[in-house]
Design a protein. Structure first.
Lengths: 316, 671, 296
C-alpha cells in the first residue's frame, strides 16, 4: 500500500516531466528561437542551438535533461550564462519561506476556527467566520493584496508594501517585508481549510458514535477532543494538502504584487523572456513539491488512521 | 415495588415543513420494575427507538419533548443538568445500540473505550482498570480478551463489536439496560449467541432491561413482558405469553400472523395498508384503516388502554371480540408445481473475487486464494422455487450475479432452457437477457431515485418489446396493477413510496420482461414483517399465474421454508446440502444445516435455540477439505481438513456433503 | 417511513429544476448571490449603451482627478472616466469564462463519467495524466500557451476550457463511481442496456447535480484566473477596459488616487462572491457538501 503510493507518486512526476518536455517540443519554435526571437537566424541561432544541445534527437535530449534533473542539474539558461540550479536555489528557498510562514499561522488558526464554527453551527460565531471565509477565499489574491497595501502600507504606514530585499539575502532580512505577503497567502489558505474542517466537524458530531458517547455519559469536551476531533481532522489532512498545493499557484501572483524574489516571480520573468530551460526546471520543481505534499498527506493519513493502517499492513 | 424506569404520559414530536407539530410518541406510559425485562415491539417508524432514548432523557436532533416526563430511579431525566445526566447515562442506565460497528469510535482502541467507561462510571481505582477491561471482555465471552483490548473496532466482526458494546454497558454496573435492536443485522447463529449472553447477564446481575426490537422471536427469548407499539402509541401490553399466544389487539394479531414460522408450511398472512405518518393518525384509532374489526366508533374516538379480561391491556374498543377470535386463520398454501423439465442448470460454477496481484500478474501466475464460490452444480426445474440459504458472506448474492451475467465466473457453465449462456451480459442475446431477471435486496438502491415509476417500468418494455407511446403507458399501468399498485403510482418517484411499495415496483420491473427465471436476492429483508408477508404473497401469486422459476435467496429459514420447493444450503461458497424442502428441514441433515436450524428464534415463549457451533466469522474458505471444518461441532478429525467430503444421499433427491456416515447423521431435530 | 408527497405529479424535470431554483433563492446566500450575478450579467450586456463616456477617450487636462459630478468615480492616469471603464470592465471576462465554463464541465464531465464507468487499465493511466496536469500550477500552464499563441479570446477560451476541464474529469469520475456501485446501475446492465443508455439514463441524471455545483465553482476560479492574468499583463490588451488590468494600472497611483483601484476591486469582488454564494446555496439545495472538496 505504502509502496504502491510511493510508486504512483514517482510515476506522476515522471509523467509531468514528459508533459513538460513534450509541451516545449510541440509548441512552435524551440528554446533558442523563443529566446532570440527576431534575431533567431544564422550564426547566432546555430551557436545557441549548439550550446543548448538542440541538434540531437528529442529522446536523447529528454534523457539528458531528466537524468540531469534527478541529480539536481537543470542545465544552463537560454542566454547561456548561468546554471539554472544556482539561479533557482535561493528563489526556491524564498518561496518555501513564504509558504511556510503562511502555513504556520494559517493551519492552526484554520483548525481552531473550523472546530469552533463547526461546534457552534449556525450560531453568531459561525455566521461571522463562515461568511468572512467566503470572502477571503474567493477574492483574487491580487485584489486582497492591493487593498491590504492600500490600507496598511499607504494609509496607515504600518508595514512595508513592497519587498526590496534581494534574492540571496539571509532569511532574517525578509522581516518585516514578508508580513503582508504572508497575510494575503495565509488568509486564502485559512479560509479554505476552515470551511473544510467545519464541515467535517459537523458531519462527525452528527455521527452515531458521537451520539453514543453522549449516551455513555461522556462529558462534552471529552467527546469533542477524544471521540470527534481525531475523526474529523483525519480526512482534513488530504484536503489541506491539496489546498496548499493548489495555492502554490496563487503564490506566483502574490510574489509579483509584492515584488517578492521567489520562484513564482522568476517563473513569470522566465516566461516573459521565453527562457524555456528555466521554465521547464521551475515547472518540474513545483510539480515535484505538489506531488510531495500530497504524498506526505497520504502517508500521514495512512499512519494516523487505524483503518488505513490495518489495510496497509495487510496489503504489504 | 416502585418502578426503576417510570415514563409518564410522554409525547415527543417534531415541527414539519408545513409548520405543524407532528407527534412521534403520543402519551406513553411505561414503567419497568427493577430486574424486569420488557420488550418493545413494533414496525419501523412506530417510535420504539425514540421511546427508549427518551428514557435516557435524550431526543434526536429535531425532536422535542411535548409533554410528560421520564424518570429513572425517581429522577426526572428531562429536568437534569448536563453533569447529572453524564453521571447516570452509561452508569446506572446504559444503552446498547443497534449496529455497534458505527457506535464505537473508530480511532480509539477497544481497551481505551472500555477504560474510559470505567474511568467515568466505576469506583474502581485506576490501576485496576486494565485488569477489569480484560475481565469484562471475557465476561461477554470474547475469545482472547487480551488481544481484543489492543484492537480497533473495525478489526472486529459484527458479533464481536456487539459484545464489546455490551461489555461497555456493563462497565458502569448498570441497574437498567436499554437495548435498541442489539441483534438486528447479525447472522442467525451470532444473534442466538448474543441473546443467550444477554439472558444470562440479566439473570446473574438482576438488571432491568428494555429490549427494543421488531423481531418477536428475539423478544420471546429474553422478555417477560411485551409492549406493542403502533404509530407512536402503545396498543397492547401484557405478559410475553399473553401477547404471543392470545393477543387481544387486532394489530398484534395481524403482526403475529404475518411472521413466517419454521414449522409452518403455509405462507404468512399479510397485513394490508401501512401505518399513518407521524401527525396523520387522526382523531380515532390509529389502526382503523387496516383493522378488520373496525366500526364507526373507532374512526371518531380514540380508544384508551384498558385491561382486558383475557389478560394484558389493549387499546381497542373491541378487545373482547378480538380476544375471542383467537386461533389464527391459515395462510395460503404456496404454489408447488414442477414439470420436471430443467429450466436452469448450473454446472461446476466457481467464482473468484481475488484479482491476481501485480507481482503475480508479472509472473503470469493466477492467485492461489481459494475461489469465493466453488463447485456449484444445481439444476432447477421449470416452475420450481429453489431456496438458497446461508449466513452473510456465504456467496448467495455472488451466485445470483453470476447467473445474471454481472460477474463472470472463473469456471463452470450456466444453462437456461437448453442454451448455454455466455458469461457476460454484453454477450448475451436479447432473448436470453429477457429470460432472466434479478430483483435486489434493497429497493432504495435498485430503483434510480431520479426516475418515476413509469420511467422504471418502461425500460424493460421498450428494450425487450419495443413498445412506445400510449401502449407503453397502458402496459405499465397494467403491470403495476398486477403488483397491486394503482395506475396513480406511475408518476411518483421512489422517494415518494414506502419500502414495501418500492419493492413491489422492483418486482413489477422484473416481471415486465415476462421472464422465465426470476432471481430474488433477499427481497424481503429490508422490509417490515407485515410488508414482507405481502411481498411473499405477491411472489407466490405471480408464480401461480406466470409459472415462473425462482431462485429465492434468504438468510431467514422460515421465509425460505414458506416459499421453496427445494432448498440448497451454502457455507463459504460451497454447497453443503440440497434437497426437497421437507427433506432438508425434517430429514437427516448436514451438521451446518443443523446449526442453522437450531439457532432460529421462534416467536414462541417456550422455544429455546440450541447453540451447537461457535459464532466465529470466517474470512475465507479453507483451501482443502470440508468448508465447515473450523466450526463444525461434529468434526471427525484429520479427514475433514484434508479431504473434500463426498455427496451422500439419504433419500431420492436429497444430498448431503459430509464425511459422517448417513446412519450417524441422526435426525434428532432441535425442535 | 418518509413523508409521502401529496402531489406526486410534480416530477417532471422542469418542475424539479424550478424546485431547486426556489430552494436556492429561499436561502439568504442564494438570494444575494443570484442577485449579484444577475446584476453583473445584465450590466455586461447593456453597459455599452449606458456608459457616460467613451472608454478610450483620454483627457490630458483631467488626469487622476477625484470623484466629481462629471466623473463619479474620478479619472485614471490617462484622464479616462473610471466609472465607464468599471462598467465595461467585466464584459470580456464574462464572455470568456461564460463560454469556457460550460465547455470545460461538459468535456471533463463526459470523459470522467466514461472512464469512471469503464475503469480498467486505461482509466488508471488517464488518472495519472490528470494528476500530472494538476500538479502544475495553473498560472504556468496558462502562461506558456498564452505567451506562445497570444492573448486574444480565441486563445483564452480554449486554454481555460482545456485546463479547467481536467479537474472536472476527476470529480465526475468519483461521482460516477459512487453511482455505479448502486444496484440500479447493475439492474440496467443486467437488463442488457448498452453503455451509452446506461450513461444517459442512469448515470447522467445522478451525476448532473455534482457537475452543476462543480460548474459554478469552476466559473469563479476561471474568473479569478482570467483577472489574475490580466493583472499580470497577460490577458486583455489595452486599451480594452478590464478590471484586472485597471487594478494593475491604478496601483502605481494608489497613494494619492485610490478611487482608480477601489472601483474595479469592488466590481470584481462582488461578481466572484456572488458566484460563490450561489454555488454554496446550490450545493446545499442539492445536498452536496461543497466544503469537503479541495479546490484542485
Ligand atoms: N430526528 C427526527 N426528526 C423528525 N422525525 C424523526 C426523527 N427521528 C425519528 N423520526 C420519526 O419518528 C418516528 C419514530 O422513529 P423511531 O426511530 O423511534 O422508530 P423505530 O420504531 O425505532 O423504527 P425502526 O424499526 O426503523 O428503528 C418515525 O416516523 C421517524 O420518521
Ligand atoms: S379500536 Fe377499532 S379500529 Fe382500532 S383496533 Fe380496535 S377494532 Fe380495530
Ligand atoms: S465433513 Fe467433517 S467438518 Fe465437514 S461437516 Fe462433515 S463432519 Fe463437519
Ligand atoms: Mg429503531
Amino acid at each position: 500500500m505504502l509502496m504502491r503510493r510511493l510508486f504512483l507518486g514517482a510515476i506522476t512526476v515522471w509523467i509531468v516531466s514528459v508533459i513538460i518536455f513534450a509541451g516545449v517540443e510541440v509548441l512552435p519554435g524551440d528554446a533558442c528561437t523563443a529566446f532570440l526571437e527576431r534575431e533567431a537566424q544564422g550564426k547566432l541561432l546555430e551557436n545557441c542551438r549548439e550550446a543548448q544541445g538542440l541538434n540531437r534527437s528529442a529522446a536523447e535530449r529528454y534523457f539528458d535533461w531528466a537524468s540531469g534533473a534527478v541529480r539536481g542539474d537543470f542545465g544552463v539558461s537560454a542566454n547561456g550564462q548561468k546554471s539554472i540550479s544556482e539561479l533557482v536555489g535561493n528563489r526556491l528557498r524564498n518561496s518555501l519561506l513564504l509558504a511556510f510562514c503562511a502555513l504556520a499561522i494559517g493551519v492552526p488558526l484554520a483548525i481552531f476556527l473550523g472546530v469552533v464554527t463547526g461546534l457552534r453551527r449556525d450560531k453568531p460565531v459561525d455566521l461571522v467566520f463562515s461568511t468572512t471565509a467566503v470572502f477571503a477565499m474567493t477574492i483574487p489574491e491580487f485584489v486582497s493584496a492591493t487593498v491590504l497595501i492600500l490600507v496598511f502600507s499607504v494609509w496607515l504606514g504600518w508595514l512595508p508594501g513592497i519587498v526590496l530585499t534581494s534574492a540571496g539575502a539571509p532569511v532574517p532580512e525578509f522581516f518585516p517585508e514578508i508580513l503582508l505577503p504572508v497575510i494575503v497567502l495565509g488568509m486564502v489558505m485559512t479560509a479554505h481549510i476552515l470551511r473544510m474542517v467545519r464541515s467535517s466537524v459537523i458531519e462527525v458530531m452528527a455521527g452515531d458514535y458521537v451520539q453514543m458517547a453522549v449516551l455513555k455519559g461522556v462529558p462534552y469536551w471529552r467527546i469533542v477532543f477524544r471521540h470527534a476531533l481525531p475523526n474529523a481532522l483525519l480526512p482534513a489532512i488530504n484536503v489541506v494538502a491539496l489546498t496548499i498545493a493548489w495555492l502554490l499557484g496563487g503564490v506566483v501572483v502574490i510574489e509579483v504584487v509584492f515584488n517578492y524574489p521567489g520562484l513564482g516571480r522568476m517563473m513569470i520573468d522566465a516566461i516573459s523572456d521565453r527562457d524555456l530551460p528555466v521554465v521547464q526546471a521551475i515547472a518540474l520543481i513545483v510539480a515535484t513539491v505538489y506531488v510531495g505534499v500530497n504524498l506526505t498527506a497520504d502517508i500521514m493519513t495512512m499512519v494516523l488512521n487505524p483503518r488505513l493502517r490495518t489495510h496497509a499492513l495487510r496489503g504489504s | 415495588m416502585s418502578a426503576l424506569i417510570d415514563i409518564r404520559d410522554i409525547s415527543v414530536g417534531f415541527v414539519g415543513r408545513d409548520g405543524r407539530t407532528r407527534e412521534v410518541l403520543r402519551n406513553i406510559d411505561l414503567a419497568v420494575a427493577p430486574g424486569e425485562c420488557v420488550g418493545l415491539v413494533g414496525e419501523s417508524g412506530s417510535g420504539k427507538s425514540t421511546l427508549a432514548l427518551a428514557a435516557m432523557g435524550y431526543l434526536k436532533r429535531g425532536l422535542r419533548l411535548l409533554n410528560g416526563s421520564a424518570a429513572f430511579n425517581g429522577i426526572d431525566m428531562f429536568a437534569q443538568s448536563r453533569q447529572e445526566l453524564e453521571r447516570i447515562r452509561g452508569g446506572q442506565l446504559a444503552l446498547i445500540p443497534q449496529n455497534s460497528g458505527q457506535s464505537l469510535t473508530p480511532t480509539l482502541r477497544v481497551g481505551a473505550q472500555l477504560g474510559e467507561a470505567l474511568r467515568l462510571h466505576s469506583a474502581l481505582p485506576a490501576n485496576r482498570h486494565a485488569a477489569k477491561v480484560v475481565e469484562l471482555l471475557g465476561h461477554v465471552r470474547l475469545p482472547d480478551p487480551e488481544s481484543i483490548v489492543q484492537r480497533f473496532p473495525h478489526e472486529l466482526s459484527g458479533g464481536q463489536q456487539q459484545r464489546v458494546a455490551i461489555a461497555m454497558a456493563l462497565a458502569g454496573e448498570p441497574e437498567a439496560l436499554l437495548l435498541d435492536e442489539p441483534t438486528t443485522g447479525l447472522d442467525v447463529t451470532t444473534q442466538a449467541h448474543i441473546l443467550e449472553l444477554l439472558r444470562d447477564i440479566a439473570a446473574e446481575r438482576g438488571m432491568a432491561m428494555v429490549y427494543v426490537s421488531h423481531d418477536l422471536g428475539a423478544i420471546a427469548r429474553v422478555c417477560t413482558r411485551v409492549v406493542v407499539m403502533y404509530a407512536g402509541e402503545i396498543v397492547l401490553e401484557g405478559s410475553t405469553r399473553h401477547v404471543l399466544r392470545s393477543p387481544t389487539h387486532p394489530y398484534a394479531q395481524g403482526l403475529l400472523a404475518s411472521i413466517p414460522k419454521l414449522d409452518d408450511t403455509t405462507l404468512p398472512i399479510a397485513l394490508d395498508g401501512r401505518p399513518p405518518a407521524p401527525g396523520d393518525a387522526g382523531a380515532g384509532c390509529a389502526f382503523a384503516d387496516r383493522c378488520a374489526l373496525v366500526q364507526d366508533r373507532c374512526r371518531s374516538t380514540r380508544p384508551q388502554l384498558v385491561p382486558s379480561e383475557f389478560g394484558g391491556t389493549a387499546r381497542c374498543f373491541f378487545a373482547k371480540e378480538a380476544g375471542r377470535q383467537q386461533g389464527r386463520t391459515i395462510g395460503a398454501a404456496p404454489v408447488r408445481f414442477s414439470s420436471g423439465d430443467t429450466m436452469l442448470d448450473l454446472d461446476g460454477l466457481s467464482i473468484s473475487y481475488a484479482r491476481p496481484r501485480l507481482l503475480e500478474q508479472l509472473l503470469g501466475r493466477g492467485t492461489d486464494v481459494p475461489p469465493t464460490v466453488d463447485d456449484i452444480s444445481i439444476s432447477i426445474g421449470k416452475g420450481e422455487t429453489l431456496g438458497l440459504v446461508g449466513e452473510s458472506g456465504s456467496g448467495k448474492s455472488t451466485i445470483l450475479k453470476t447467473i445474471a451475467g454481472l460477474l463472470p465466473p472463473a469456471g463452470g457453465t450456466v444453462t437456461a432452457g437448453n442454451q448455454s449462456l455466455p458469461h457476460a451480459v454484453e454477450q448475451r442475446e436479447p432473448g436470453q437477457l429477457r429470460q432472466i431477471q434479478l430483483i435486489f435486496q434493497n429497493p432504495d438502491d435498485s430503483l434510480n431515485p431520479r426516475h418515476t415509476v413509469a420511467d422504471i417500468l418502461e425500460q424493460p418494455l421498450k428494450l425487450y418489446f419495443g413498445l412506445t407511446g400510449d401502449e407503453l403507458r397502458s402496459r405499465s399501468a397494467e403491470i403495476l396493477e398486477r403488483v397491486r399498485l394503482g395506475a396513480h403510482y406511475l408518476d411518483r418517484l421512489p422517494s415518494q413510496l414506502s419500502g414495501g411499495e418500492k419493492q413491489r415496483v422492483a418486482i413489477a420491473r422484473a416481471f415486465a420482461a415476462g421472464p422465465e427465471i426470476v432471481l430474488c436476492d433477499e427481497v424481503t429483508s429490508a422490509l417490515d414483517v407485515s410488508v414482507q408477508a405481502a411481498v411473499l404473497d405477491l411472489l407466490n401469486e405471480l408464480k401461480e399465474t406466470q409459472g415462473t422459476t425462482y431462485i429465492f435467496v434468504s438468510h431467514d429459514l422460515a421465509v425460505v421454508r414458506a416459499l421453496s420447493d427445494r432448498v440448497a444450503v451454502l457455507y463459504q461458497g460451497r454447497l453443503c446440502e440440497i434437497g426437497q424442502t421437507d427433506q432438508v428441514f425434517e430429514g437427516k441433515s448436514h451438521p451446518y444445516t443443523k446449526v442453522l436450524l437450531g439457532a432460529v428464534l421462534e416467536p414462541d415463549p417456550d422455544a429455546a435455540p440450541t447453540l451447537a457451533a461457535d459464532d466465529i466469522v470466517e474470512r475465507a474458505p479453507p483451501a482443502r477439505g470440508c468448508p465447515f471444518q473450523r466450526r463444525c461441532p461434529r468434526r471427525l478429525g484429520e479427514i475433514c481438513d484434508t479431504d473434500t467430503p463426498p455427496w451422500q444421499s439419504p433419500e431420492a433427491g436429497h444430498f448431503i456433503r459430509c464425511h459422517i456416515l448417513l446412519e450417524d447423521l441422526n435426525a434428532d431435530r432441535p425442535h | 417511513m418518509t413523508e409521502i408527497a401529496a402531489t406526486p405529479a410534480e416530477n417532471t424535470r422542469l418542475q424539479r429544476t424550478l424546485g431547486v431554483l426556489r430552494d436556492v433563492t429561499a436561502r439568504p446566500s442564494g438570494a444575494i448571490g443570484l442577485t449579484l450575478v444577475a446584476f453583473h450579467v445584465i450590466l455586461a450586456i447593456i453597459s455599452p449603451w449606458i456608459v457616460p463616456y467613451d472608454y478610450k477617450a483620454m483627457d490630458s487636462l483631467s488626469m487622476l482627478n477625484g470623484p466629481s459630478g462629471a466623473h463619479w468615480l474620478g479619472t485614471d492616469h490617462l484622464g479616462r472616466d473610471v466609472l465607464t471603464r468599471v462598467l465595461l470592465g467585466g464584459r470580456e471576462a464574462l464572455l470568456v469564462t461564460g463560454i469556457a465554463t460550460p465547455v470545460a464541465v461538459i468535456w471533463g464531465g463526459l470523459l470522467g463519467i466514461f472512464f469512471g464507468l469503464v475503469g480498467g487499465r486505461l482509466d488508471e493511466v488517464l488518472m495519472r495524466v490528470v494528476d500530472a496536469f494538476l500538479s502544475l500550477p495553473w498560472i504556468l500552464k496558462m502562461l506558456v500557451l498564452i505567451v506562445t499563441f497570444g492573448t486574444g479570446i480565441e486563445v483564452l477560451i480554449p486554454t481555460l476550457a482545456f485546463f479547467y476541464g481536467i479537474p472536472v474529469i476527476r470529480i465526475a469520475r468519483a461521482a460516477t463511481h459512487d453511482v455505479v456501485a448502486r444496484d440500479f446501475v447493475s439492474a440496467a446492465r443486467a437488463r442488457g442496456h448498452g453503455r451509452i443508455t446506461v450513461i444517459r439514463r442512469e448515470l447522467l441524471p445522478n451525476v448532473l447535480d455534482t457537475l452543476m455545483v462543480e460548474g459554478a465553482m469552476r466559473w469563479s476560479w476561471m474568473l479569478l484566473a482570467f483577472s489574475s492574468l490580466s493583472f499580470l499583463g497577460f490577458g486583455v490588451s489595452p486599451p480594452t477596459p478590464d478590471w484586472g488590468l485597471m487594478i494593475a494600472d491604478a496601483r502605481g497611483f494608489m497613494s494619492f488616487a485610490p478611487w482608480g483601484v477601489l472601483g474595479p476591486v469592488i466590481a470584481l469582488s462582488s461578481l466572484i462572491i456572488g458566484i460563490n454564494l450561489t454555488a454554496d446555496a446550490l450545493a446545499k439545495a442539492l445536498g452536496i457538501d461543497r466544503a469537503q472538496k479541495a479546490p484542485v
